[in-house]
Design a binder for this molecule. Structure first.
Ligand SMILES: [Zn+2]
Length: 146
């Protein structure tokens, strides 16, 4: 089984050493869909494993699916790096993700937006972590009211 081929389309061959956003590429795909040049079969092709991750550990964000417009999108993060599974590790909790991002080994995190309803998926961004990219132990967080 080789997960990642379709969800990670558009991944640049050479690393840039920093965070890369895929919003423009994503919007182009959505636009092609709305023009009728791509079908749902073309854009709603999330791998079953990705869909399961989206339902179980996906992090909802305030945006509706651009394809079916009936469901909230979620972000699923996959982490690739030394001593991690070839298909990437999908952390189940923010704590586990933070731990992966603090590894001594450099890792690369891929954030994929997924619609658990219609299986729309597209790479949202990638960013390096771990090693020299290690993030501070305690990210800024507001306490109290909300
Ligand atoms: Zn959808």
């Amino acid at each position: 089984m080789s997960f990642g081929h379709s969800a990670l389309r558009g991944v640049p061959v050479t690393g840039t050493g920093g965070r890369v956003e895929y919003r423009l590429a994503r919007n182009a795909v959505v636009s092609e869909f709305h023009k009728g040049r791509l079908s749902r079969l073309d854009v709603c092709d999330a791998h079953p494993e990705l869909l399961r991750a989206a339902r179980n550990v996906g992090v909802p964000f305030a945006e509706d699916c651009p394809i079916c417009e009936a469901a909230r999108l979620v972000h699923v993060t996959y982490v690739f790096g030394p001593r991690l599974p070839p298909n990437g590790r999908c952390p189940g909790t923010p704590t586990e993700l933070a731990r992966l991002c603090r590894r001594a080994d450099e890792v690369v995190c891929y954030v994929i937006e997924v619609c658990p309803d219609c299986a729309w998926n597209h790479l949202a961004r990638m960013y390096p972590a771990g090693g020299r990219h290690r993030v501070p132990a305690s990210p800024a967080r507001r306490r109290g009211g909300g």
